[in-house]
Design a protein around this ligand. Structure first.
Ligand code: ADP
Ligand code: MG
Length: 278
């Protein structure tokens, strides 16, 4: 009798525990399936770990759900920023962490810091970076573009000559309207190296078209080694240069680097180090 009582007391418990375990496994499999269908990969990967932690820390169900949703959102934003970075097609990904402002004292550091906050994008303002080759224009333009990607903006980086070639190709293939539509969807268009090579009349017109479509809709960052007065040499016609400059310089920030090439400084530094060590 005594034995029987003990058995009665323990048995349902042991049996229930087993069933619960079974149910747990079953619902976990189902849960994982649902999370996969719902496309919530981070919750899928983290739910067991977070559940364990929340149970330990006595966090209620809503708190647990909040933690999971936050993790999913953070990961989703990270993936989207990576996608935007890839779509921007930067030739080399650069950030300001590796930019030495002391090597380019003429560059307005405060303005660069202000631009990194990206308010110019919401105001549809543009940036022109002027300076000799090697003064870090592409580096700064890329850093600004990468920051914009991180803040959810659609960005594309184009070397001006490559953009013009692509525009001419698109025109020949009757794809120009499509390409222009794609460019118009951007929040920031970076035009690198305007003025390194003179453009054909058609090229200049197509470029002007892109710049005037972007006007007050898409921010532009233009890097150039040419002072404004020499733009006619590249764009050909005075009229087109005037109209392009008019659009570009309206509501724009100008960053000028008057120092010498960083590569040159770097080479000299290395040579100096080499000399000292020998
Ligand atoms: P630009 O576009 O003005 O010709 P780049 O941005 O291409 O010059 O710079 C040339 C190289 O020197 C790049 O590798 C760039 O990262 C580096 N560089 C230029 N200026 C600096 C700087 N002030 N600090 C660190 N690296 C720099
Ligand atoms: Mg450059």
């Amino acid at each position: 009798m005594f034995r029987f009582r003990i058995w009665r007391r323990i048995a349902p418990c042991a049996w229930g525990h087993k069933t619960m375990k079974k149910l747990e496994t079953k619902s976990l499999v189902l849960l994982k399936h649902h999370l996969k269908v719902l496309k919530l990969p981070t919750i899928l990967a983290e739910c067991e770990k977070v559940a364990g932690r929340c149970a330990q820390d006595n966090i209620d169900h809503l708190g647990f759900l909040l933690q999971l949703c936050e993790l999913e959102l953070i990961e989703r934003e990270k993936r989207a920023a990576d996608r935007r970075l890839k779509a921007a097609k930067f030739p080399n990904l650069k950030t300001l962490d590796t930019f030495d402002f002391t090597a380019q004292p003429s560059l307005n550091r405060l303005l660069v810091a202000e631009l990194m906050r990206c308010a110019y994008l919401d105001n549809r303002e543009s940036v022109i970076l002027i300076g000799n080759p090697g003064t870090g224009k592409t580096h700064v333009a890329t850093a600004l573009g990468a920051e914009a990607c991180g803040r959810g903006k659609r960005v594309q980086f184009w070397k001006v000559t490559e953009l013009i070639t692509k525009l001419i190709e698109a025109r020949e293939e009757r794809q120009l309207a499509r390409m222009k539509k794609q460019l118009a969807r951007l929040d920031l268009l970076i035009l690198d190296e305007l003025g390194y090579v003179p453009t054909s009349k058609l090229g200049a017109e197509l470029l002007f078209d892109v710049i005037s479509t972007a006007y007050e809709r898409t921010s532009l960052i233009v890097t150039t080694n040419l002072p404004f007065e020499n733009w006619t040499e590249v764009l050909g016609s005075e009229r087109l240069t005037g109209a392009t400059l008019d659009r570009l310089t309206h509501r724009c920030h100008i960053l000028e680097a008057t120092g010498e090439s960083y590569r040159l400084q770097d080479a000299r530094r290395r040579k100096g180090v080499g000399k000292r060590s020998t």
